[in-house]
Design a protein around this ligand. Structure first.
Ligand SMILES: *[C@@H]1O[C@H](CO)[C@@H](O)[C@H](O)[C@H]1NC(C)=O
Ligand SMILES: *[C@@H]1O[C@H](CO)[C@@H](O)[C@H](O)[C@H]1NC(C)=O
Ligand SMILES: *[C@@H]1O[C@H](CO)[C@@H](O)[C@H](O)[C@H]1NC(C)=O
Ligand SMILES: *[C@@H]1O[C@H](CO)[C@@H](O)[C@H](O)[C@H]1NC(C)=O
Ligand SMILES: *[C@@H]1O[C@H](CO)[C@@H](O)[C@H](O)[C@H]1NC(C)=O
Ligand SMILES: *[C@@H]1O[C@H](CO)[C@@H](O)[C@H](O)[C@H]1NC(C)=O
Length: 498
C-alpha cells in the first residue's frame, strides 16, 4: 500500500522512475549469480508462452523465430528480480541447446505496471526449424542456491510443418512449393477423360495429376518448362465427377516429397451454345465478318495441321529408329512396404520405362504369380531374368497423404515386406565383387542407408533426379555387357494396372 502511495506521489511531482525494460544477450554457461549465496530470491514466473513469428517482411529471406513472452508474478519478491534466463532445447534430427539472459534495466518498484496490469516482457530469437519439438525453460535470477530446487517454468512447443501459414515462408518450404498457387481447375470431359488445367511453377518442370474418388482412378504426368497455364487430359477408369484431383509436383530440392495441391473435378461446361447477340444485328453486319474470320481460321488450322502431321511423322520415324537401336534392359525394382506407391514407385517406374528404355518387373504387377510361386521363388526367378536389381529406398514420407492411404491401392496393405526378403536373399551376392554389379541403390534424397541394410552401401548409389542421366547410363551399360540378343519388348504397364 505504501508502495502504491509512493508511486502516486512520484507521479504527482512528475519524477516518474523509468519503467524497467529488458536487455538480452546469450549466456550459454551458468549465471554468475550461481557462485554467490543469496538469502532471498525472487519467485517464479507466472506464465510463459511461445509462438513462431516471421522475422522480416521480405518473402525471400525471412527466418522464423520464437516470440517468447513471460509474465512476472505480482508479489513482493519482484523487488529482488535482476534478470530472467531462458533456455531452449530443440529435438529433431539433431539436438540444439542455447540460452539467453535478459537483464531488467531497472529494479522493480511496483508489483504491477504503473499503468495497471501485470509486468509482461517478450524476447524474439531462437530460430525455429520445421517439425521440431522444443523444450523452453525459464527461471528468474538471482536463482535459488546450489543444491536447492529453484522455481522455474517450462513449456513445450512443437513447430509445425510447411503447411502452416507462418512456417510456409521458410526457405525449405518455399522450395517445396509452399507459395505455389497452381489454381487447379478440372472437369469431366467424357466418361473416361478428365481435363486438368493448372499454372506451373518455376521450381520444377514435372507434375503428376492423380484422380481419386475413393480409389485412384487415373494418373498422368506432364512436363512443362515454361511458366504457363497448362492443360492435361487424364484417362480415368471410374466416375470422375466430384472426384479429387491431386497435383504432385517434382521440384528440384524436394524430389517426390513436395507439397501437393488438390482440386475437385466438376462437370465441363456445355460448349457450342449460340450467342444471343447475333439476333438483333443485321444479317450482313452480323454474319459476314464471322464467316470471313472462320474461313481465315480454317485455312490457318489446315496449314498448321499439315505442318504438324509432317513434323510428327518425322519425329516418329527418328524416335522409332532410335528406339529399335537401343537395347532394352530388364530391371527388377524392390521397394520397402512403407513407401508411397503412387508418388514414388510409379514415378520411378515411369522414369525407367520412358527415359532409360527399361522393362520393369514389379511385384505389384505380378501379384498372382507371386502368390503361386511364393515370394522367395518369385524373387529368385526374377533376379535371374533381370539385368539389374534396383533397391529403391524410401525417404521419410512426411508429406505422404491421401493417395497413400492404407485402405486404397497403396503399398501399405502389403503384409510381407518384399524389400526385406530381397535384401536377405541377395545378401550373399552383395559380398562378392563379381555379383555386386547387378545391384543398384536409388534414393530420392540425401540420407544414409539404414543400419539394417548397411550391406547395400557397397552398391553403386544414385540420387534422383540429380543422377538420372548417370543411372540410365549405368543401366544401358549393363545391357551391353550382358547378351544383346534378346529382342526388345515394349512394356505397356502403367500405374493403374495394379
Ligand atoms: C546482464 O547482467 C550480467 C550481470 O550483471 C552481465 O554479466 C551481463 O553482461 C548482462 N547482460 C546484458 C545483455 O546486458
Ligand atoms: C510477442 O508476443 C507478445 C505476447 O503475445 C506480443 O505482445 C508481442 O506483440 C509479440 N511480438 C511480436 C513481434 O509479434
Ligand atoms: C512436454 O512434452 C513431453 C512429451 O510429450 C511431456 O511428457 C511433458 O510433460 C511436456 N512438458 C510440458 C511442460 O508440457
Ligand atoms: C484461377 O483460374 C480461373 C480460370 O482460369 C480464373 O478465372 C481465376 O481468376 C484464377 N484465379 C486466380 C487466383 O488466379
Ligand atoms: C482448360 O484450358 C482450356 C484452354 O485454355 C480451356 O478450353 C478449358 O475450358 C479449360 N478447362 C478447365 C477445366 O478449366
Ligand atoms: C468412385 O468410382 C467408383 C468406380 O467407378 C464408383 O462406383 C463410385 O460411385 C465412385 N464414387 C464416388 C463417390 O463418386
Amino acid at each position: 500500500m505504501s508502495l502504491v502511495l509512493l508511486s502516486l506521489a512520484a507521479l504527482c511531482c512528475g519524477a516518474v522512475p523509468p519503467e524497467p525494460t529488458i536487455q538480452c544477450g546469450s549466456e550459454p554457461g551458468p549465471s554468475p549469480e550461481w557462485m554467490v549465496r543469496h538469502t532471498l530470491t525472487p519467485g517464479d514466473l507466472r506464465d510463459l508462452r511461445v509462438e513462431p513469428i516471421k522475422s522480416s517482411v521480405d518473402l525471400e529471406d525471412s527466418s522464423i523465430l520464437m516470440n517468447i513472452s513471460w509474465i512476472l508474478r505480482a508479489d513482493a519478491s519482484i523487488r529482488l528480480l535482476k534478470a530472467t534466463k531462458i533456455c531452449v532445447m530443440g529435438k529433431s534430427h539433431f539436438e540444439s541447446y542455447s540460452c539467453v539472459r535478459c537483464n531488467y534495466t531497472q529494479a522493480f518498484q511496483t508489483q504491477t505496471r504503473p499503468s495497471g496490469g501485470k509486468w509482461m516482457f517478450s524476447y524474439i530469437g531462437f530460430p525455429v526449424e520445421l517439425n521440431t519439438v522444443y523444450f523452453i525453460g525459464a527461471h528468474n535470477i538471482p536463482n535459488a542456491n546450489m543444491n536447492e530446487d529453484g522455481p522455474s517454468m517450462a513449456v513445450n512447443f512443437t513447430s509445425p510443418g510447411c503447411l502452416n501459414p507462418i512456417m510456409k515462408y521458410k526457405k525449405e518450404c518455399i522450395e517445396a512449393g509452399s507459395l505455389w498457387k497452381p489454381n487447379i481447375t478440372a472437369c469431366k470431359k467424357s466418361a473416361n477423360t478428365v481435363e486438368v488445367n493448372f499454372t506451373t511453377s518455376p521450381l520444377g518442370d514435372r507434375y503428376m495429376a492423380l484422380i481419386q474418388n475413393t480409389t485412384v482412378i487415373g494418373t498422368s504426368y506432364v512436363s512443362e518448362k515454361e511458366l504457363t497455364r497448362t492443360s492435361m487430359v487424364v484417362h480415368v477408369t471410374g466416375e470422375s465427377e466430384g472426384a479429387v484431383v491431386q497435383l504432385t509436383p517434382y521440384f528440384r530440392t524436394c524430389g517426390n516429397d513436395c507439397i501437393r495441391q488438390r482440386g475437385t473435378v466438376v462437370r465441363c461446361p456445355q460448349t457450342g451454345v449460340s450467342s444471343p447477340q447475333g439476333h438483333d444485328r443485321s444479317v450482313l453486319g452480323g454474319w459476314l465478318p464471322l464467316l470471313l474470320s472462320a474461313l481465315l481460321v480454317a485455312t490457318w488450322v489446315l496449314v498448321a495441321g499439315i505442318y504438324l502431321i509432317w513434323r510428327h511423322e518425322r519425329i516418329k520415324k527418328t524416335s522409332f529408329s532410335a528406339a529399335t537401336l537401343l537395347p532394352s534392359i530388364k530391371v527388377l525394382v524392390v521397394y520397402p512396404s512403407e513407401i508411397c506407391f503412387h508418388h514414388t514407385v510409379c514415378y520411378f517406374t515411369e522414369f525407367l520405362q520412358n527415359r532409360c528404355r527399361s522393362e520393369v518387373i514389379l511385384e505389384k504387377w505380378q501379384k498372382k504369380k507371386v502368390a503361386e510361386m511364393g515370394p522367395v521363388q518369385w524373387l529368385t526367378t526374377q533376379k535371374q531374368a533381370a539385368d539389374k536389381v534396383i533397391f529403391l529406398l524410401s525417404n521419410d514420407n512426411s508429406m505422404c497423404d491421401g493417395a497413400c492411404d492404407k485402405n486404397e491401392g497403396g503399398p501399405c496393405e502389403n503384409s510381407q515386406d518384399l524389400f526385406h526378403l530381397a535384401f536377405n536373399l541377395f545378401c550373399s551376392d552383395l559380398r562378392s565383387q563379381a555379383h555386386l554389379r547387378k545391384y543398384v541403390v536409388v534414393s530420392f534424397r540425401e540420407g544414409d542407408i539404414k543400419e539394417d541394410y548397411s550391406a547395400l552401401r557397397a552398391c553403386p548409389a544414385y540420387r534422383l533426379t540429380r543422377d538420372a542421366a548417370d543411372l540410365c547410363a549405368e543401366l544401358l551399360h549393363a545391357k551391353r555387357r550382358v547378351s544383346v540378343g534378346r529382342r526388345p519388348r515394349a512394356c505397356h504397364y502403367n500405374c493403374l494396372s495394379l
